[in-house]
Design a protein around this ligand. Structure first.
Ligand SMILES: *[C@@H]1O[C@H](CO)[C@@H](O)[C@H](O)[C@H]1NC(C)=O
Ligand SMILES: *[C@@H]1O[C@H](CO)[C@@H](O)[C@H](O)[C@H]1NC(C)=O
Ligand SMILES: *[C@@H]1O[C@H](CO)[C@@H](O)[C@H](O)[C@H]1NC(C)=O
Ligand SMILES: *[C@@H]1O[C@H](CO)[C@@H](O)[C@H](O)[C@H]1NC(C)=O
Length: 480
């Protein structure tokens, strides 16, 4: 590992690092072991969308004390990945990235933010596709490309959420994906996969997938193709099952995938507290050849009520019942087996060739002419972002959590700390067994809900947060 050894040569003492992962065909693979990697993740955005505050220089990975608290709790939970939606490329993430790295966790990062000019818009996407916006996405690449635990970038999240946006956005999303991939190719010492995180709107989900994954001839073809595909899916609610939650449709729709597919969000809260019985299925034999795991929505409790941990203004926190039930579900999995599967030696299925016949929904874009780079963006890709916000692993001296964290019953968890892992270590249940944490039960008394697969786009947690909610969350964070 280039960066790591270079720093060691300078005499810096660093915690061990996770092995950077690669995409090989339809799977994430650890190149050192040849094993497949299954994402066992949690969406991490303390403060909601407002946890990203450009003026205050704050984002979810800017406060090391908060990251240390959360890395310790997520380590106890047993996860190996966090998804972070809104990062500010110009703030320093070295400590937080180093903490999550040492805790054995990868990061999946969205290159966008909800602020105007920081993302491709759903309507009139051509108006938001310009050099300054691309510069922002490239700056996120610069800020995170050197961390060994950077797993992937999302070029967009739920920008397409109905037929109408499906008519306009697809070529632009492929263009942004192409541009970020070109930037990485030119400026990163290792390939980092780039792809789209889709809303699970079944009527257009597979059109979206096909549009982004198909193989296109010409210069733009390979570069504009997504390296990964992910979906935010809330169709498994309460005590459901593979069929009732319509996971069977997902598996049959994605079978033969040429790129890794995973849930970029899951964890329906229509039945509360949540029981997370989908965990066993997601990592089980019905899904694991097609899917590469998933990310639970979400770490902190916000107004939309999907939290695992209730965070207070003073940095103290209380675990919620959902934390314990999710932990119990992970504990039931056999991680040795799940993370120990060899990547297949045979080539992955080839992607379909881009063709308007792939698109089945009337009105969904079936034009595969990808927009050309906007004026001035060529120079940025050529010369790199200026100035470059370069990130690097740094030494962390103290692994003890500085805030009080309580169990759901109010008892205080004592001696809470991150347990730094050995080189190439990846977190799993049992790595950090804090004796003060309550055992989860994983059982439920709730009744089975109907498998309502389609939710209103506006109610989806991945959708852009309304200003009122954002302001509320901002006030909470401002008090920190
Ligand atoms: C490009 O991004 C860098 C890093 O965030 C920033 O300092 C610079 O001002 C940006 N340039 C343009 C033209 O937007
Ligand atoms: C977990 O899986 C490994 C590898 O397949 C196997 O050797 C081991 O016995 C399993 N452990 C349990 C508790 O089933
Ligand atoms: C496809 O899109 C390109 C670029 O926007 C446009 O020039 C072309 O006319 C479109 N083709 C069709 C068949 O609509
Ligand atoms: C784009 O390039 C033109 C011509 O080189 C220049 O005048 C303009 O300032 C540039 N715009 C940006 C945003 O860099």
């Amino acid at each position: 590992m280039l960066l790591h050894s270079a720093l060691l040569a300078l005499g810096a003492t660093l915690a061990a690092a996770v092995q950077p992962l690669e995409v090989q065909g339809q799977y994430f693979v650890n190149p050192k072991t040849g094993n497949r990697f299954q994402i066992v993740g949690v969406a991490y955005q303390p403060g909601g969308s407002a946890g990203y505050d450009k003026k205050a220089g704050r984002d979810p990975l800017s406060d090391p004390d908060i990251c240390l608290r959360d890395a310790a709790l997520l380590q106890i939970m047993g996860v190996n990945t966090i998804r972070v939606y809104n990062v500010n490329p110009d703030v320093n993430h070295d400590k937080c990235a180093s903490i999550f790295n040492a805790a054995g966790m990868y990061m999946v990062l969205d290159v966008n933010s909800p602020l105007v000019g920081d993302s491709l818009t759903s309507y009139n996407p051509w108006e938001s596709y310009y050099a300054a916006y691309l510069n922002r996405t490239f700056a996120v690449v610069e800020a995170f490309k050197n961390y060994p635990n950077t797993l992937a970038f999302f070029s967009g999240n739920e920008v397409i959420n109905d037929e109408k946006t499906g008519a306009t956005v697809p070529p632009y999303m492929r263009a942004v994906t192409r541009d970020i991939k070109n930037y990485i190719k030119k400026h990163s010492t290792r390939p980092i996969p780039v792809g789209y995180s889709a809303a699970d709107v079944r009527s257009i989900l597979f059109d979206t997938y096909n549009y982004f994954q198909c193989s296109l001839k010409g210069d733009d073809g390979d570069m504009s193709k997504g390296d990964i595909f992910a979906l935010n899916s809330y169709s498994w609610c309460g005590e459901s099952d593979f069929k009732k939650a319509s996971y069977d449709q997902l598996v049959s729709g994605f079978t033969g995938n040429s790129v890794p597919i995973f849930f970029s969000e899951f964890g329906c809260n229509e039945v509360s507290p949540r029981v997370f019985t989908e965990v066993g299925t997601i990592y089980g034999s019905q899904m694991d050849t097609v899917f590469s795991g998933g990310v639970v929505y979400e770490y902190t409790q916000e107004k939309n009520n999907y939290g695992l941990v209730d965070m207070r203004d003073d940095g103290s926190a209380t675990l919620m019942k959902d934390f314990l039930s999710l932990k119990a579900q992970y504990a039931k999995l056999n991680f040795t087996e799940i993370q120990g599967k060899k990547a297949p030696s045979t080539a992955a299925p080839a992607p379909p060739v881009c063709d308007s016949k792939l698109i089945t929904t009337d009105g969904f874009n079936s034009n595969f002419t990808i927009p050309v780079l906007p004026p001035n963006a060529t120079e940025i890709i050529e010369n790199g972002v200026s100035p470059k916000p370069v990130g690097k692993l740094v030494e962390i001296k103290d692994w003890k959590v500085k805030f009080t964290v309580k169990n759901p019953d109010g008892t205080v968890i004592s001696n809470l700390a991150v347990k730094p892992l050995a080189d190439d270590g990846v977190n799993a249940p049992g790595t950090n067994t804090d004796s003060g944490t309550q055992a989860g039960t994983g059982t439920s008394t709730s009744s089975s809900p109907s498998a309502s697969a389609s939710k209103d786009a506006a109610a989806r947690p991945g959708a852009v947060v309304l200003p009122a909610v954002a302001m509320g969350a901002l006030a909470v964070l401002a008090a920190l």
